[in-house]
Design a protein around this ligand. Structure first.
Ligand SMILES: *[C@@H]1O[C@H](CO)[C@@H](O)[C@H](O)[C@H]1NC(C)=O
Ligand SMILES: *[C@@H]1O[C@H](CO)[C@@H](O)[C@H](O)[C@H]1NC(C)=O
Ligand SMILES: *[C@@H]1O[C@H](CO)[C@@H](O)[C@H](O)[C@H]1NC(C)=O
Ligand SMILES: *[C@@H]1O[C@H](CO)[C@@H](O)[C@H](O)[C@H]1NC(C)=O
Ligand SMILES: *[C@@H]1O[C@H](CO)[C@@H](O)[C@H](O)[C@H]1NC(C)=O
Ligand SMILES: *[C@@H]1O[C@H](CO)[C@@H](O)[C@H](O)[C@H]1NC(C)=O
Ligand SMILES: *[C@@H]1O[C@H](CO)[C@@H](O)[C@H](O)[C@H]1NC(C)=O
Ligand SMILES: *[C@@H]1O[C@H](CO)[C@@H](O)[C@H](O)[C@H]1NC(C)=O
Ligand SMILES: *[C@@H]1O[C@H](CO)[C@@H](O)[C@H](O)[C@H]1NC(C)=O
Ligand SMILES: *[C@@H]1O[C@H](CO)[C@@H](O)[C@H](O)[C@H]1NC(C)=O
Ligand SMILES: *[C@@H]1O[C@H](CO)[C@@H](O)[C@H](O)[C@H]1NC(C)=O
Length: 347
């Protein structure tokens, strides 16, 4: 990764971690005083993973008695509390509140080097797993299918390689999936189209390539799809126009062909739309698709061979703060209404 790319991906992940965690509905806070102990196989697995990664809990915080589910791990600590890293959070309601399972695990920016140990995949109660910003290498194992309750998963900014396991498509509880900033190869598994609950998908600079699989038509709950600097190719699919909750789309540095589908005109929740560098041998794009995107805050359509004039009623985009239509084939006049946009700061 270049410095610039990794910086922007870094910003991305800081932003994701805040966002994802804000949405996590952690298990109901457990009473501080409990006699429950960690499921022995989960305790063993966690200890083994941490040993291989050469990291340890701060014993002041959790693992206070040598048992992982103690202290901050069971006293309603929030996952995004920056005082705790690494962090686990446990749910101690198992077997009449005598057994704790590890439900959340954060190993974020701890300079961990090495592969992801197989033991990790036996922490089958995980709902939230954040391994971002380390130096993890090797593949992502098919055994990830074991984590059937996973809702938030990031391995962003590591050095993972190999093909993405199609088993990711079995994790149908996923709300957020982030694997950008890695060195994966191959295409996006069509099984990812099973992730009907997915709201956020971040694959910037992940190394994947090829067309967006037709099964992605099912991802109707997507709000964020960031795919910068990946060799995605083919036409931009019409079905993206059906992702009616989409608020942020980034297609930059790809190998897509235009035109931008007119079906995008249905994306009325769109706030940030960045599409750049489309080749357009099959006919140029028009700007008609932005007509109903009244919530736009950022519109960047650089170098897409758009042949059109700028709509005269540009005053409807009252939230617009950044507008970039450069390197297209725009003709005609710049409408006066463009200068009526009180939020516009970058033109
Ligand atoms: C924990 O165990 C002690 C003694 O075994 C008992 O007195 C106490 O009530 C237990 N506490 C809880 C929260 O179960
Ligand atoms: C928890 O503490 C025990 C005893 O100090 C230690 O052996 C173990 O590695 C610790 N586990 C973690 C995950 O830090
Ligand atoms: C949770 O436990 C940690 C470590 O024992 C402590 O520092 C923190 O204040 C506790 N937080 C709450 C909300 O009880
Ligand atoms: C998957 O989870 C089961 C326990 O539910 C465990 O026996 C098995 O070893 C796990 N697989 C891997 C690869 O960790
Ligand atoms: C990425 O993986 C490819 C093989 O798929 C390898 O040739 C290349 O050196 C790797 N790049 C980095 C930066 O690790
Ligand atoms: C969009 O969704 C509608 C209704 O679910 C469906 O009929 C249509 O085929 C979809 N369009 C595309 C391009 O997938
Ligand atoms: C927009 O969505 C409606 C309802 O799903 C559909 O009938 C219409 O064809 C769509 N428009 C475009 C341009 O795809
Ligand atoms: C731009 O679009 C025209 C058709 O309108 C096409 O002939 C031309 O090849 C396109 N240019 C590029 C660079 O895609
Ligand atoms: C142009 O569109 C036709 C029909 O939709 C398709 O068969 C062809 O592959 C497209 N070519 C390019 C370069 O997009
Ligand atoms: C640019 O737009 C003009 C007017 O709409 C059109 O005649 C011309 O063919 C376009 N050029 C390209 C390269 O698409
Ligand atoms: C600019 O905004 C003012 C007040 O909202 C309105 O009266 C005027 O017609 C607008 N001008 C243009 C060119 O849209």
């Amino acid at each position: 990764m270049s410095g610039g790319a990794s910086l922007s991906v870094l910003v991305l992940f800081l932003c994701i971690s805040g966002r994802a965690q804000a949405q996590v509905s952690a298990p109901a806070p457990q009473p501080q005083v409990t006699n429950a102990t960690t499921d022995p196989s989960q305790a063993r697995a966690l200890n083994s993973v941490f040993e291989k990664w050469k990291i340890r809990a701060n014993p002041e915080q959790w693992n206070t008695t040598g048992d992982p589910c103690t202290g901050a791990a069971i006293n309603a600590t929030k996952f995004d509390d920056t005082d705790y890293n690494p962090l686990i959070i446990c749910d101690c309601s198992y077997q009449s509140s005598t057994i704790c399972h590890i439900t959340q695990l954060k190993v974020y920016d701890l300079k961990v080097v090495g592969v992801i140990p197989d033991e990790l995949w036996s922490l089958t109660s995980l709902t939230n797993l954040n391994l971002a910003l380390n130096y993890l290498t090797g593949p992502l194992s098919a055994a990830i299918a074991n984590l059937t309750g996973l809702q938030y998963f990031t391995v962003g900014i590591n050095d993972l390689s190999g093909e993405l396991p199609k088993e990711l498509g079995q994790l149908t509880e996923l709300r957020s999936l982030a694997f950008g900033g890695n060195n994966f190869s191959g295409s996006l598994p069509s099984e990812l189209g099973n992730l009907f609950n997915l709201q956020q998908l971040y694959i910037d600079s992940s190394g994947v390539s090829g067309e967006i699989p037709p099964t992605f038509a099912n991802l109707q709950n997507l709000e964020f799809f960031w795919a910068r600097n990946v060799e995605l190719s083919g036409r931009i699919p019409d079905f993206i126009g059906n992702w009616s909750k989409l608020t942020s789309l980034r297609f930059q540095g790809n190998s897509f062909e235009g035109p931008i589908p007119f079906a995008f005109s249905n994306l009325t929740s769109m706030q940030e739309l960045r599409i750049s560098d489309l080749s357009n041998a099959n006919g140029s794009s028009s700007l008609a698709f932005i007509e109903n995107m009244k919530a736009l805050n950022i519109l960047e359509l650089r170098n897409n061979n758009i042949s059109d004039s700028i709509p005269s009623d540009f005053g409807v985009y009252q939230s617009l703060s950044q507008l970039d239509l450069s390197f297209n084939n725009l003709t005609g006049q710049i409408p006066d209404s463009l200068f009526n946009l009180s939020s516009l700061s970058i033109l």
